[in-house]
Write a protein that binds this ligand. Structure first.
Ligand SMILES: Cc1cc2nc3c(=O)[nH]c(=O)nc-3n(C[C@H](O)[C@H](O)[C@H](O)COP(=O)(O)O)c2cc1C
Length: 213
C-alpha cells in the first residue's frame, strides 16, 4: 500500500497540544510579526506571532493569529488592545533583536510596559498611536481591518487579525528602488519548539512563461 509511506493522523482523535505540535512542525519556517500595541490606558505592549503572513497588496494587508492563552483561555493582551484601539504595528525580527523579542513572549500582566522589559526603544509612528521598535529593521503601521474568531472559545481557539498597512518604515540600507535587500535584512524565522533559523543562503528560480498544451 502506497499510503504505508505515511503515518496518517486524524486530528479529531488528537489532543489540542498534539495538533499544535503538528501544525508548528509542519508550517516551517514561519516569519515573525513582532507586534506593538497600546492598551486603552496607554500601556505599550510587545509580543511575537509567527502565525503571520501577507494577504494582498491592494490594499496592502497582513494577518497574524493570536490564539487564546494556553494558561487560562483568556485573550492575549495584543488582541485585547487591538480590539479596543483598532491599531497596531508589525515590526520585523532580525538576528540582532531576536533575543529581546523572545523576552516579550513571557506572560506579563497588562500593566507592564514590554519595551522596558525587553530593553527596546519605542519611537512614535506617523499615523497610528502604538510605537515602532527603533531597533527593528522594518516596521509596518497597521489599522485594524477585521478580526475573525476561530474555534469554540476554549484553549486552542484562535483569531485572525487582518490589518491594512498605512505606512512602511524601511531602514535606509535595506531599501533599493522599492525593493528590500534580504541579505542586509537578516530576518529570523521560527521553527518548532524553541528553534529558529536565519536566512543565510538563497537561490533563484526563473519562472516558466505561460504554458499552452
Ligand atoms: C517566536 C514566537 C512566535 C509566537 N507566535 C504566536 C502565534 O502565532 N500565536 C500566538 O497566539 N502566540 C504566539 N506566541 C506566543 C505569544 O507571543 C505569547 O503568548 C505572548 O505572551 C503574548 O503576549 P501578549 O499577551 O502581550 O499579547 C509566539 C511566541 C514566540 C516566542
Amino acid at each position: 500500500m502506497i499510503l504505508s509511506k505515511f503515518i496518517t493522523i486524524d486530528p479529531a482523535q488528537n489532543s489540542n497540544q498534539d495538533n499544535y505540535k503538528l501544525l508548528i512542525g509542519s508550517i516551517v519556517p514561519r516569519p515573525i510579526a513582532f507586534v506593538s500595541t497600546l492598551s486603552k490606558d496607554g500601556v505599550p505592549n510587545l509580543a511575537p506571532f509567527s502565525f503571520f503572513t501577507g494577504v494582498c497588496s491592494n490594499p496592502p494587508t497582513i494577518l497574524f493569529c493570536p490564539m487564546l492563552r494556553g494558561s487560562d483561555g483568556q485573550k492575549k493582551d495584543t488582541l485585547v488592545n487591538i480590539e479596543e484601539t483598532g491599531e497596531f504595528v508589525v515590526n520585523v525580527v532580525d538576528e540582532e533583536i531576536v533575543g529581546k523579542m523572545n523576552l516579550t513572549a513571557s506572560e506579563f500582566s497588562s500593566d507592564v510596559d514590554e519595551f522596558v522589559e525587553a530593553g527596546l526603544t519605542p519611537i512614535p509612528a506617523k499615523v497610528v498611536k502604538p510605537p515602532l521598535v527603533l531597533e527593528s529593521p522594518l516596521s509596518m503601521e497597521c489599522k485594524l481591518q477585521q478580526v475573525l474568531y476561530v474555534g469554540e472559545g476554549d484553549v486552542g481557539s484562535g483569531s485572525v487579525v487582518l490589518g491594512t498597512v498605512v505606512r512602511f518604515h524601511v531602514r535606509r540600507d535595506l531599501y533599493d528602488a522599492g525593493r528590500i535587500d534580504i541579505t542586509h535584512l537578516k530576518p529570523v524565522a521560527r521553527l518548532a519548539g524553541s528553534a529558529y533559523c536565519p536566512v543565510r543562503e538563497t537561490f533563484d528560480l526563473q519562472r516558466p512563461g505561460t504554458i499552452q498544451r
